[in-house]
Structures are given as structure tokens and as C-alpha cells.
Design a protein around this ligand. Structure first.
Ligand code: 9G3
Length: 570
């Protein structure tokens, strides 16, 4: 390809709504253009990156016996009604009607579609295990699309689905996909971690997210400083902290004027925060009040809390809802709350002795509170609802954890029989007994992976592509395309490299050299081969490595070997 023909409009400036580096650089380098909110066109350079990513994904999926298919994007409502998910996702699901007024959606995912396909044809254990995958646009009507390809409303996903006869088979399928993902993201040159994650809306329990470490990521990852523990902070389980043993004092209600927060009370009574109990009030999607109690120096993990009360979503409670339930905002205690309110107490709180908490009366708190003695066990749920914080002990080895941010680029889920039972996808086992298929599902955000690669590989000049997914792996740049001898030499080198199998671009534009050098750095070709006056004089060819800025001089005879040597390190 020649840059004089390439459709890659580079920009010096970007629109203000491009908040993260990858979004800004993908616009500036002419990789994507916004078509509408959360909808993007891939320009030639951007699409070359996607196609290289897809090739790596296909190779690794097929190495694990995944078979590629292509399902419709437009999905009939009926299959979603069978799994009772048609109404579960509200406005996030793009819906449409056909000419007969029948309901359809644009596929946000394909569990229903794939399971209704398989249930008709897979009838015997002899046809198992089966792993089917596709690489296709998905549609999720995000209220606030942002960060370019990182959170868009139409996005390319590789989604795979596995079908097994038993749990042991499903474990093998899960491990195969886990290994395939490890190989895919390694080949893409990404610094990633598989982290334990919360299975959220789709249930099934076991799941890992493949997370690319990047400060601009939306995920928060807790990882151990000394063992391989890593978990999405939403899921990270915490050991119960035992409280020091001490003689129990009597429960007392004391006046604490104007102490509306637990910090104020701790101050007023000069108590350490870890001797206080903090209440946080939420409401679930039905408006039911959910009270959470954690130690004063801990935070509530809303995902764990939602799972504990089986709520789909939780919002901070209105003060009126708290009062209706017999609670006193700012002075909440689980003692005296009316029935029907869900009360969840963190397991560490249940170990506390002689603690201080709200007394459910304005201006009053309890001291000498020992939850295992004073809380009504019938009324409360005791769960781990703590949010893991920097420095907390690793649940595996006890060393301190650190919290870093990351971009979720892939996830592997165990689905069990959630969809096969709901949709009657059964098979006959070797004894002729009918059983539901055991499933797993596995996603990779292809565009998001490209964006994550840029988040991890950039500098003040632009993108620094890992070789395997660069739009071109080498750029042959003519210093002065108006000089006949330089241009001819560049053409020869370009042809030689193409013949040698390199993925090469010839920048033959009649632009000032400075502009072309800047574009090569912005777009981020791994190696730049410069043909200039010295090449014409003495055959000297300069090679520059984008990542390190190192330059090497070679001759017409040695430059190809040098290029291969350099590329093999990138
Ligand atoms: C919906 C809408 C949004 C959704 C879903 C359904 C997320 C939904 C979970 C998954 C799980 C896996 C296969 C590939 C990997 C991820 N957002 N999920 O089910 F209707 Cl609007 O998609 N699916």
C-alpha cells in the first residue's frame, strides 16, 4: 500500500469529548471516525488492526476445536421471552418491529440464539463436546457511551459457547478457553491479568475477566503483592476480621448531639473508627429499603450487597424511605427497624464487641454494642459485604493487596444449565437418560482490545503498536519524494520487502519529510525504514524502532536481515 493512496486522514487536534488517550489517538491517527454517539466507522488503518486481532483470535479458538459460525444480529423476541430476559434489560436492549409488527432485538449477546440452534440438532452425548463461536457486531444501548471503542453501543465481539455432557467436560472447556485467551492476549503484546469476577446478571457462578492494566480502565482490580491472587474489586472476597477479645460492657444509649456521621460520633466519643458500626441505606429496584452495616473504617461493596439481597440494582435510599421503615437518617441501627426492611450485616461487624452505632433516635447512639448479643439474628443477613481496600490482607496468602485499574477485554463464564434448562436443550447420555447440556460462554471485545493496546502502548508522539497488531509492521519513508533517484530506490526497497513477506506501507507522499516523520510516529508503525539522500549516495538505509527511538544504519544488502531481527523483538 502507498500512503499517497491511503485513506488515513490524520488530525493535529481532537474533539473535546475524546477523554482517554486511545480515543484521542485513534481519531488523530485516522483509525476511526464517529458516525453517531457510540457508533464508529473503522477507517482502513483501524480495520487492518481489527483484522489482525481477529486472525489471532480465530487461530487460537480453532486450536481449541472452536468452530466458527455466523448468527443473525436481528433476534426474535420469542427466544428471549422463553428465558424471561426480554424485559430484564430494559432500554439497554435495542428493539425493533418488522413489517408484520413482530418484535425483534439487535443482539446484545447470543445465549438464547445459540441454545435454540443447538437444542434442535444436538441430541446425543456422542456429539459432545461442542464449541461454537462467531465474531460479530453486538448492540447495547448504553445511556452514556464514552471513551471511543471502549464503551460504544455497537461493538465487535468474539462470542463463543461451549456444550458439554457433564461438569468435568465443562471444566475442560473453561480451561481450554482460559488458555486460549491467555495465548491471544499474550500474542497481542498486552500486559493483562485474568481476575476472578462476579458473574452478575447471567449467574452460573464461576467467571474470570481478562483485564488489561491501564489507569484509564473502568474496572478496579485487587491484586496481591506476593501471590497470584487477583480479583475484580466487585467480587473480591474478604476474610472476616476477628475482634480482640475483651469483657463485654452493657448496651447503653447515650446523647450524641449533632453527630450525624460515624466519623463525628467517633470524634465526639474519641473512639477509633474500627470500634464503630456504619449504616448505609439503599433501595432496590422495587424501592424496598436495604440497610447495610459495616465497620466504621470499611466501605460497602454494592455488588456483593445486591447479590446478598438478590437485587438487580441498588440506589442510595431516599430519607423518606428510611423514615417509613422506622429508621432515623444519620442515626441508623438495626435495632428497632420495621419488618420488611432487608438488613445485611458484614461478617466482620458480627465479631465486634463493645462497639458504637446509631440508636435509631436523633441525637442518640449506642455504646457497649455487641452485635452477636444485641442484634436480632432473625432479622439480619450476615454476609461478606465489604469492599476490598488498598492494604487489605490477600484472601489467599495474607500479604497486602494493591488496587489498580484495568480494562476488561475478555471474560469466560460457566453457565451450567441456566440456558439449556430454560430452553429445553437436552441430550441423551450413554444410558439413554435425557439431561440438560452443560454450557459455558466466552467473550472478547475486539475493538476494546485494540483500544486497550493503545492505552498501554503510547507516548507523546502517538501510538506504539505491538508488532502483531500494527496496521503495517514497517513503513518505508522517502525523505524527498520529488527526487527521482530517492523515489526509485524507495520503490525497490518497498517491493523487496513486500516480496519478502513484510506487511509494508510506502510513504511516497510529496510532503515535507517532517510531516511524514510525525505521521509515522503518530500512527505508530513498529519500524520505519528511511530512504534519503545518503541512500542514493552510499546505499545507506536508516531503520528506526518506534518503541525505543533507537536508529540503526544498514546497507542495501543488510537492511532486510536487520529489519527482521528488529521486528522479532517487538
Ligand atoms: C442483554 C443486554 C446486555 C447484556 C446482556 C443481555 C451483558 C447480557 C452478559 C453477557 C455474558 C456473555 C456471551 C459472550 C460473553 C459475555 N449485557 N450480558 O447477557 F439483553 Cl441489553 O453477555 N455473553
Amino acid at each position: 500500500m502507498r500512503a499517497s493512496k491511503l485513506y488515513a486522514p490524520t488530525l493535529r487536534e481532537v474533539p473535546s469529548d475524546a477523554e482517554v488517550t486511545s480515543h484521542r489517538l485513534m481519531l488523530r491517527a485516522g483509525l476511526i471516525r464517529k458516525a453517531a454517539s457510540g457508533m464508529y466507522t473503522y477507517l482502513p488503518l483501524g480495520w487492518r488492526v481489527i483484522r489482525k486481532l481477529e486472525r489471532i483470535i480465530r487461530e487460537e479458538m480453532e486450536a481449541k476445536d472452536g468452530q466458527e459460525i455466523m448468527m443473525p444480529i436481528v433476534q426474535p423476541a420469542e427466544i428471549w421471552q422463553e428465558t424471561k430476559r426480554w424485559d430484564a434489560f430494559g432500554p439497554e436492549m435495542f428493539r425493533l418491529k418488522d413489517v408484520h409488527e413482530h418484535d425483534f432485538c439487535l443482539g446484545p449477546t447470543h445465549e438464547e440464539m445459540i441454545t435454540t440452534l443447538v437444542r434442535n440438532e444436538v441430541r446425543s452425548y456422542k456429539q459432545l463436546p461442542l464449541n461454537l463461536f462467531q465474531i460479530q457486531n453486538k448492540y447495547r444501548d448504553e445511556r452514556r457511551p464514552r471513551f471511543g471503542l471502549m464503551r460504544s453501543r455497537e461493538f465487535i465481539m468474539k462470542d463463543a459457547y461451549s456444550f458439554d455432557a457433564d461438569e468435568a467436560g465443562a471444566d475442560v472447556a473453561y480451561r481450554d478457553m482460559y488458555d486460549a485467551y491467555t495465548r491471544i492476549f499474550t500474542r497481542c503484546g498486552l500486559n493483562f491479568r485474568p481476575v476472578e469476577a462476579d458473574s452478575g446478571a447471567i449467574g452460573g457462578g464461576h467467571t474470570h475477566e481478562f483485564t488489561v492494566l491501564a489507569e484509564s480502565g473502568e474496572s478496579e482490580i485487587a491484586s496481591c503483592t506476593s501471590c497470584d491472587f487477583a480479583a475484580n474489586i466487585e467480587k473480591a472476597e474478604l476474610k472476616t476480621v476477628a475482634a480482640p477479645d475483651e469483657p463485654l460492657t452493657d448496651l447503653k444509649k447515650i446523647e450524641t448531639p449533632d453527630c450525624k456521621t460515624i466519623e463525628a460520633v467517633a470524634d465526639f466519643l474519641s473512639l477509633p473508627l474500627d470500634k464503630t458500626i456504619k449504616a448505609v441505606a439503599f433501595q432496590d429496584e422495587e424501592g424496598t429499603l436495604v440497610l447495610a452495616f459495616v465497620r466504621g473504617d470499611h466501605e460497602v461493596n454494592e455488588v456483593k450487597l445486591a447479590n446478598a439481597v438478590e437485587a438487580r440494582e441498588l440506589v442510595m435510599a431516599e430519607e423518606s424511605a428510611i423514615e417509613e421503615a422506622g429508621g432515623t437518617p444519620g442515626y441508623m441501627s438495626p435495632i428497632g427497624i420495621r419488618k420488611g426492611t432487608k438488613i445485611v450485616v458484614d461478617a466482620t461487624v458480627m465479631q465486634m464487641k463493645n462497639a458504637c452505632a446509631g440508636a435509631n433516635e436523633v441525637g442518640y447512639h449506642y455504646t457497649g454494642l455487641t452485635p452477636s448479643r444485641d442484634f436480632d439474628a432473625e432479622r439480619i443477613l450476615v454476609r461478606d459485604i465489604r469492599l476490598m481496600q488498598e492494604g487489605d490482607p490477600c484472601p489467599h496468602c495474607g500479604h497486602e493487596v494493591v488496587i489498580t485499574r484495568g480494562i476488561e477485554v475478555g471474560q469466560v463464564f460457566k453457565l451450567g444449565t441456566k440456558y439449556s434448562e430454560a430452553l429445553g436443550a437436552t441430550f441423551l447420555d450413554e444410558n439413554g437418560k435425557s439431561k440438560p447440556l452443560i454450557m459455558g460462554c466466552y467473550g472478547i471485545g475486539v475493538g476494546r482490545t485494540a483500544a486497550a493496546a493503545i492505552e498501554q502502548n503510547n507516548d507523546e508522539h502517538g501510538i506504539i503498536w505491538p508488532r502483531a497488531i500494527a496496521p503495517f509492521e514497517v513503513c518505508v519513508l522517502v525523505v524527498n519524494a520529488r527526487k527521482e533517484d530517492e523515489l526509485r530506490l524507495a520503490e525497490e526497497v518497498y517491493q523487496e520487502l513486500k516480496t519478502a513477506g513484510f506487511d509494508v506501507l510506502l510513504d511516497d507522499r510529496p510532503e515535507r519529510a517532517g510531516v511524514k516523520f510525525k505521521d509515522a510516529d503518530l500512527i505508530g508503525y513498529p519500524v520505519r525504514v528511511t530512504i534519503g539522500p545518503k541512500t542514493a549516495e552510499s546505499g545507506e538505509i536508516e531503520l528506526k524502532v518506534r518503541r525505543t527511538g533507537e536508529t540503526f544504519t544498514a546497507t542495501r544488502e543488510t537492511y532486510q536481515a536487520k529489519l527482521r531481527e528488529l521486528l522479532d523483538t517487538l
